[in-house]
Design a protein around this ligand. Structure first.
Ligand code: G
Ligand code: G
Ligand code: NA
Ligand code: MN
Length: 254
């Protein structure tokens, strides 16, 4: 109960922060986009990562408010990058099912785009497979409106949830992110190689781009490159960076 109150407090008083992890294109390793990841500098517990407090946010119904807080902070950072003449790549923001199903989501997103003079294509939204498992017209409508605003949609942690291939095909996603649990043991684990290959094949068939998450070493990178995976994200390249550090990276000569 205390932690819940503190989280609400943090949301209302800008006590959270957003880190950025670059997503690179293979093989040139240029920054193609980045993922916004929330952090909480807790007054007494210290630096908390999502695993420490997102379950609480879901449980007490604060997740949609949190996601929108992150989205607004991202819009502010995009505006700040622009003011500093940095070319900010598209930023992927994670949205929970509750957030997607918020009837006012489209209005809220439109409001932020207008307020911070941001184009839809400067943002991407990531959601896990389970968000799309139910068949609902409202969901389809929301996703289509986001796409019509220029926002690209990705499926996060692909392979760990339940989404039918039919729904995947019929909804307006442009990217799949392969969960890092499948990437971790590449290329030694035959099962993980088989799973990753089948996701790459599926994505190609459906015309979707693929991001491999959690890439930590060159063997994984080489295998992914060899099998035509176009984007990588992971500690091999960059950890999630504080905004200032991410801006420094963007301003460094390539
Ligand atoms: O940053 P870290 O690797 O600890 O993130 C763990 C998980 O938390 C990831 O699956 C990520 O998708 C999720 N996550 C991070 N930031 C946000 C956010 O702002 N909103 C939501 N809904 N999930 C997030
Ligand atoms: O997929 P999600 O959006 O669930 O994943 C993002 C999370 O993965 C973040 O919490 C980030 O800190 C973490 N992460 C990013 N790259 C790596 C990596 O190379 N290895 C591991 N173990 N975790 C990573
Ligand atoms: Na994510
Ligand atoms: Mn992910």
């Amino acid at each position: 109960v205390v932690l819940e109150q503190q989280l609400l407090n943090a949301l209302e008083n800008h006590g959270l922060s957003v880190f950025y992890q670059p997503i690179l294109s293979v093989p040139h390793q240029t920054i193609a986009s980045c993922e916004a990841l929330v952090r909480w500098y807790h007054p007494t517990l210290g630096f908390l990562t999502p695993g420490d407090f997102l379950p609480l946010a879901y449980e007490v119904g604060l997740i949609a408010q949190l996601d929108l807080w992150v989205l607004e902070r991202v819009c502010q950072d995009i505006q700040a990058a622009r003011a500093n003449k940095l070319s900010m790549p598209p930023v992927a923001v994670n949205l929970a099912a509750d957030t997607i199903m918020d009837a006012l989501l489209i209005d809220k997103v439109q409001h932020l785009l207008t307020r911070y003079s941001i184009k839809g294509h400067e943002l991407e939204f990531e959601m896990i497979e389970d968000v799309i498992k139910g068949d609902s017209l409202a969901l389809r409508h929301t996703l289509e409106q986001l796409v019509s605003m220029g926002i690209n949609l990705s499926i996060d942690d692909f392979g760990t949830g339940y989404s039918s291939l039919l729904r995947l095909k019929s909804l307006p996603f442009t990217k799949l992110k392969i969960d890092r649990s499948f990437i971790q043991s590449l290329p030694d684990n035959q099962d993980d190689c088989a799973i990753t290959l089948s996701v790459l094949g599926l994505a190609k068939g459906l015309g979707l781009a693929v991001v491999a998450e959690g890439v930590e070493n060159s063997q994984q990178q080489d295998w992914l490159h060899q099998h035509d995976c176009h984007y990588v994200q992971g500690y091999k390249y960059h950890r999630p960076l504080a905004p200032y550090d991410f801006f420094m990276l963007l301003s460094a000569p390539a």
